[in-house]
Design a protein around this ligand. Structure first.
Ligand SMILES: Cc1cc2nc3c(=O)[nH]c(=O)nc-3n(C[C@H](O)[C@H](O)[C@H](O)COP(=O)(O)O)c2cc1C
Length: 407
């Protein structure tokens, strides 16, 4: 259980912070809501107090005997400001301390995350951008706003990301506070990365397909964390029923052949390519143009052929010697095999730089929020690591960056 301050400033998206509060509480954290006075114009004290089960104050002059303006900041594990208005970012960047939230920001020893939300003009304004750079330079995580509908009829960049996205960022920072420094330092700025995600479908006929249980959550976590660290991110997504993480470009594909084609093009531009998807290894030798019908009591025999090996194709087509290629191995070792042995054989077979190894099946990994991985390189195995998929994604990027630095 961690102690979290949820700072809320006066933007139209303040209502979305209620959902973030619920998610943090649901994960067992104790959450104190510290709104600004303007935030209470949008969502009132009663809502914050009832949802959090804790007192709610905006001023340093409430409960003065407890010295809350100093004490709260000293005792917490995370401050998450969502939404962070242009005004709040400016006050935080200039070190103002004119309400309880800004006092907490100055006294906190823990990681601080800002999730800005505002009109596009306010976000792109040089003053706001300078404030974001200042806050990052002091170690704060600033989440990139989403693109979409804003207050009124307008649309553009500046929307508060979905609470599920914000929650994933919070979980990773709480599990591993050092990830905050990587996000603040924007250590992937200037890098282009491509990540494949999801499970491919191999059609037998227009309505039936052979598929697998990959949810796409790991690829999504890799994309989200790379955006957070400043990278330009392309997602090649096969059948993932989730909204794309803000700041990513998504290519939707369906079959392994589609994915191979799209990845081959995307990887040409990429500094790092990660195959986190689960492409089918086999596809029907032929697919019917019309729905296959039952005939009598007979069954149906399928003839399958192997699909293209996407990762091996990327390795063979690599022209940039500094490009890092990462594969995933989802294995179910038999009695005579070990997970590590299967991973090492796959690393050698594929010729990629890094292999992320996990044991799947029996409700392990697929569709789960948490996972366990071991990282394999030619130098040996690192791990196992366990945690949320975002925490593990940060570790995968760390290893990919370190391999790239050694090239
Ligand atoms: C309807 C309405 C919506 C607003 N939405 C936002 C917003 O999304 N982001 C923002 O930066 N400011 C927004 N503002 C302006 C802020 O409320 C204003 O700058 C205020 O001073 C912020 O105070 P605070 O940062 O102390 O919470 C909005 C104002 C109104 C009246």
């Amino acid at each position: 259980m961690s102690r979290v301050v949820l700072g809320v400033s006066g933007g139209i998206a303040a209502y979305k912070a209620c959902e973030l509060l619920r998610r943090l509480q649901g994960a067992g954290h104790e959450v104190t809501v510290v709104p600004t006075a303007a935030a209470l114009e949008f969502v009132g004290v009663a809502t914050w107090a009832a949802l959090s089960g804790r007192p709610v104050h905006t001023s340093v002059f409430d409960d003065v005997h407890l010295v809350p303006h100093v004490k709260i900041g000293q005792e917490i594990d995370l401050v998450f400001v969502a939404p962070a208005t242009a005004d709040l970012l400016a006050r935080a960047a200039s070190g103002r301390a004119d309400d309880l939230l800004t006092n907490v920001l100055l006294t906190a020893h823990c990681p601080i995350i800002f999730a800005p939300a505002m009109h596009t003009e306010m976000w792109l304004n040089a003053a706001t951008q300078a404030n974001v750079r200042t806050l990052r330079s002091r170690g704060a995580v600033v989440v990139r706003p989403d693109v979409g509908r804003l207050t009124g009829p307008d649309a553009g960049v500046g929307r508060l990301p979905d609470p599920a996205e914000l929650f994933a960022v919070a979980v990773a920072v709480l599990e591993d506070p050092s990830t905050a420094a990587r996000a603040a330092g924007q250590d992937m700025a200037g890098l282009k990365v491509v990540v494949s995600a999801g499970g491919t479908r191999e059609h037998l006929d227009p309505v039936r397909f052979l598929g697998n249980s990959s949810s796409g959550l790991m690829g999504w976590a890799l994309a989200r964390t790379a955006v957070l660290r400043g990278a330009e991110v392309r997602l090649v997504a096969a059948n993932v029923g989730l909204p794309a993480p803000p700041g990513t470009d998504v290519d939707a594909v369906s079959s392994t052949a589609d994915m191979a084609q799209t990845m081959a093009v995307a990887a040409k531009e990429a500094d790092i390519a990660i195959m986190a998807a689960a492409p089918a290894d086999f596809t029907p030798a032929s697919s019917s143009q019309t729905k296959i019908k039952k005939s009598g009591d007979g069954g149906l025999e399928l003839s399958l052929v192997q699909t293209t090996d996407i990762l091996a194709g990327l390795v063979a087509a690599r022209t940039d010697p500094r490009q890092i290629l990462v594969g995933f191995a989802a294995e179910t070792p038999g009695a005579e095999e070990t997970l590590l042995g299967l991973g090492q054989a796959k690393l050698a077979r594929k010729g990629c730089d890094l292999l992320v190894l996990n044991e799947v099946g029996h409700n392990l990994v697929f569709g789960q929020d948490d996972s366990q991985i071991t990282l394999l390189t030619k130098q040996g195995a690192i791990g196992p690591f366990s945690g949320s998929k975002d925490t593990l994604a940060h570790q995968i990027w760390d290893e990919a960056l370190s391999l790239r630095a050694r090239r």
